[in-house]
Write a protein that binds this ligand. Sequence first.
Ligand SMILES: NC(=O)c1ccc[n+]([C@@H]2O[C@H](COP(=O)([O-])OP(=O)(O)OC[C@H]3O[C@@H](n4cnc5c(N)ncnc54)[C@H](O)[C@@H]3O)[C@@H](O)[C@H]2O)c1
Length: 505
Amino acid sequence: MTALDLSSPVGVVGTGTMGQGIAQVALVAGHPVRLYDAVPGKAREAADAIGARLDRLVEKDRLTDTERDAARARLEPVEGVAGLADCSLVIEAVLERLDVKQELFRSLEEVVAEDCLLATNTSSLSVTAIGGALVNPGRFVGLHFFNPAPLLPLVEVVSGFATDVTSATRAYETARAWGKTPVACADTPGFIVNRIARPFYAEAFAVHESQGADPATIDAVLRESGGFRMGAFELTDLIGQDVNESVTHSVWQSFFQDVRFTPSLAQRRLVESGRLGRKSGHGWYDYAPDADRPEPHTAEPERAPAYVVAEGDLGPAGELLALLREAGIQVREEEEDQGTRLVLPSGGQLALADGQTSVEFRDVVYFDLALDYRRATRIALSASQDTSPQTLAEAIGLFQALGKKVSVIGDVPGMIVARTVARIVDLAHDAVAKGVATEEDIDTAMRLGVNYPLGPFEWSRRLGRNWAYSLLDDLHLRDPSGRYAPSLALYRHAYATDKREGSGS
Ligand SMILES: NC(=O)c1ccc[n+]([C@@H]2O[C@H](COP(=O)([O-])OP(=O)(O)OC[C@H]3O[C@@H](n4cnc5c(N)ncnc54)[C@H](O)[C@@H]3O)[C@@H](O)[C@H]2O)c1
């Protein structure tokens, strides 16, 4: 099965933000494109707006004058669905309502040819449910573009229960021929990206709600230690709190209020009070011209310890030992079956965040997971009231000696990056086990759809195969609500690893 022939006309229904972007993609790829919108005159305005964007592509030397003129000539606004009769593919990007979309596809099915592929750009409705309105739902598929469609490469190609393999393949190949990176996925709430990304926001909000740290500190740790492009607070301010909350809410509702997807109360309050983010001038942060941008918590300089004793294998933080030696801190390594930690001269311990709290131990400081300890510019530490001031000072001095800024947060099990990554890894395993997508497509989707520095499976391999399971298991013990309960898929993964490695379960 091949992509649609470039001479085949493509119809786009709903010429708002997404419709215009998708139309531009199909047009620049070389198709004749028909635009239809329910509001009279809107398709014509959209054609003009797309024309202006083509002009800008010419200014940037990304399109020649001739190509622009030819593309404009291929773009035709029409005044009713009948104008889409000769299309080989129609993609809708209308109002996000099941009844509206079903009604539209019923009327489209009456005018288009029997072999015309029909597609929805829905982000939160079920493709199976929309397709239920069709006489032939086999030709119906989800083509979920990301905003702005001309710039973002990812397209989730969603098969509903009734979608034919040939239709899904044709949609997939067509998206690829348009220069996009398609990923195949089943019809489940949030598809791939909006399902697996939920903990990125939820865990940041949860750490804040539990008084663990302020938004500026959490954002800085996610960026500078986790390697994420933006922190969860600044990113949701950019997306719009209402838009982000509505996706979270819809995924949570669609999963029958599964506790793993519970929305944030604090975000609800922001939305209710009109603090929608950048677009309203105030969200988690205040964007008034005279407002102070809050700074992340950064510890004052402390003296580095002269030596540490490394007990056991530090796992994902193993690289620290080489960094400490390079910084002139003496490292004595001791075999240890039980613990994986650094013992400081104070006698206190420094351990990688593992889902336990500092208060459970006599004198311990936890440090957060970093994407890459060499390149991280900030590390979060957590301590309890039982941690001695000397241990905390030595832990701060140790990371400062490696050139890192240090943020001290509250005694939050799993800290910030570690719990976020563990939950993303878990949801990714769960999604594969439920047939949502392949590991490879999930990694691609999370890197391209939300700019994660690594796909969840790449991250999981780097962290060790049962790292996420054991962290979540610890967290689940401390918060038995079910929010952190590791999935059966992650359990199987960790158990299989243990057996292979001969260490039992
Ligand atoms: N905005 C995003 O970031 C984004 C990303 C991915 C998917 N989506 C999905 O794309 C779709 C459109 O979103 P948008 O942000 O472009 O919306 P939008 O409000 O910008 O545009 C919707 C357009 O559809 C038209 N319309 C409404 N009902 C219609 C009908 N029955 N027939 C013809 N035209 C109709 C409206 O007049 C409007 O021009 C939704 O399903 C949304 O979930 C949006």
